[in-house]
Design a protein around this ligand. Sequence first.
Ligand SMILES: C[S@@+](CC[C@H](N)C(=O)[O-])C[C@H]1O[C@@H](n2cnc3c(N)ncnc32)[C@H](O)[C@@H]1O
Length: 394
Amino acid sequence: MDERYHRCTPEKEKELTALCLEKGIPPDTIRTLIDGEKEKDRKFELKMAAAGFTYDDIDRINSRPTKEKVHEEKIRFRFDYGPVLPLLQERIDTFAELHRHDADKHDEDEDDEDDEDASPSSVLSKPIFFPAVDIAAGSSVGTVALAATSLNPTATNNTNLCWYPTDNDVERTEEILRYQLEESPLFVDDDDQPVFGCNPIELRGLKTAKYNGKIGYVVCPDPKNTGRYGIKFSNDPNESNISFKKENIFHGGCPSLHEAILYDLQKKNKAKDFFQNLINRIRVVDIKDRNTWSNVEELHDKCAFVTCTNLLTAIGYRDPTAWQDTMQLASKLLHVDGYLLQYDAVDYADFGNTSIMEEYARTESLGFELDFTTSALLHENTGRMRNIIIWKKI
Ligand SMILES: C[S@@+](CC[C@H](N)C(=O)[O-])C[C@H]1O[C@@H](n2cnc3c(N)ncnc32)[C@H](O)[C@@H]1O
């Protein structure tokens, strides 16, 4: 093992989170730091120092191997994005019905999308494409799910979205997408199905009735026992892996649509194209720096979707109005009838207060009509309230 690698123990992580809570720093902020972000501004440094931890602590946490980061993100994501993906799919269908003829024109112009024929939709007929942008994509585990959901092979409209993962710091975005591009299965189960890290699995053939038939996901090989793998059954960070023999682990369970689509691509060896296309479309966009918006200028008025999730949870404490910048950029990017989806913490500069947000859109002539909102949803890991807001470009 790399000598520089000192795993932040679960105890240390809990200690940091407790310190954050005690000092009034949003726990999501430490989560974001743990996930790889390193804020360099002075105000944040002071807050960290006041909370009793240093950049060394963060460095230690961040130097986990990519594989661990990817798997943790996938586990977090599975429980985090649940309410978002169905909202996406139904709107892609609505948009596609209205604008297929526009997409056909774009598609003819875009030779570089030929590789996308590898998508499952190609079995129906030649798919058509619209661009879509994920702002503050981070690890892009969310963008991957959005992109896989957009390849729904059962959709009648056969319209795909070409997702562009964007962030102000795209190093981690690329690292994590590249890992997934190169990822090999952990093993092949006794039904000849490949099992990748974090794939849903079903336990079979065990003597202990308690675990037989149970659905979980495989996290990693058991470091102490060859031929055994660590399994988790929930996203509780305090839940330890339980080790099971490979012979008892089968790909299965009830994966969500995007997991099923990704698995299908993995099995057909088409996941590499899928990830490579996402890597090719990574763009640097700092939502607070309009000079960087030119990196997605080519997509103006063309996008079917723009998404921005968990940006305020990370930077809301110092940039509470970042949701307004997101609306500004999305208004430039979206095609008429396209959608902006924001999923974020409610207590920053009235994010989630739809009358105030609508007033902002009106005053700034952004051309948005409120399409959907939830009442605030509790984020189980952090105890914060978040809202999903969807805008339609008119
Ligand atoms: C908590 S992560 C959210 C990642 C992803 N959207 C999700 O929901 O899992 C916050 C992300 O915001 C990015 N970010 C921070 N400041 C930003 C800015 N000014 N412009 C764009 N992205 C920014 C960070 O680099 C980080 O990747």
